[in-house]
Design a protein around this ligand. Structure first.
Ligand SMILES: [Zn+2]
Ligand SMILES: [Zn+2]
Length: 146
């Protein structure tokens, strides 16, 4: 399957080639709220090798809990597009809202629900954690049932 997306101005476009819909999760933490200017961050996990980027991005590198995260945004309109982190080598975390056809995506996990906006009601069947889950529990939630 191919997923395409772009920044607000169209200077940067991205392509993801994946055998199936990559897992999507929502993070309700304060950083994601600030960084998105919204109620939560919507993140799609894919292999870095599956992501193709056309156009020049500007990067912002920051340290978080001992890990280094490199954020890529459009160099012109500054739309956040994706990031890489030393916490998950070989993976990319795409800001899912930049993709076409986002109605196909539904989060399989919600994290940092302690910070969730009170008006937002989550489906009970979806995995959720008050803060960050353990890497093992999170990986299990993001892995589709065979
Ligand atoms: Zn742009
Ligand atoms: Zn977050």
């Amino acid at each position: 399957m191919r997923f395409t997306g772009q920044c607000r101005c169209g200077h940067v476009s991205i392509n993801i080639e994946a055998p199936q819909l990559p897992p999507l999760y929502a993070c309700h933490c304060l950083n994601c709220q600030r960084w998105s200017g919204s109620a939560f961050g919507l993140h799609l996990l894919c292999a870095a090798a599956a992501l193709q980027v056309t156009g020049e991005t500007a990067t912002h590198v920051h340290e978080h809990q001992g890990q280094t995260s490199t954020q890529h945004a459009c160099g012109q309109c500054h739309t956040r597009l994706f990031n890489e982190t030393t916490a998950a080598p070989g993976m990319c975390v795409v800001r899912a809202g930049v993709l076409e056809g986002t109605e196909r995506f539904e989060p399989v996990a919600h994290i940092w629900t302690r910070r969730k906006q009170p008006w937002l009601v989550l489906p009970e069947a979806v995995a959720q954690w008050e803060e960050s889950p353990t890497p093992e529990a999170f990986a299990a939630a993001l892995t589709p049932d065979p």
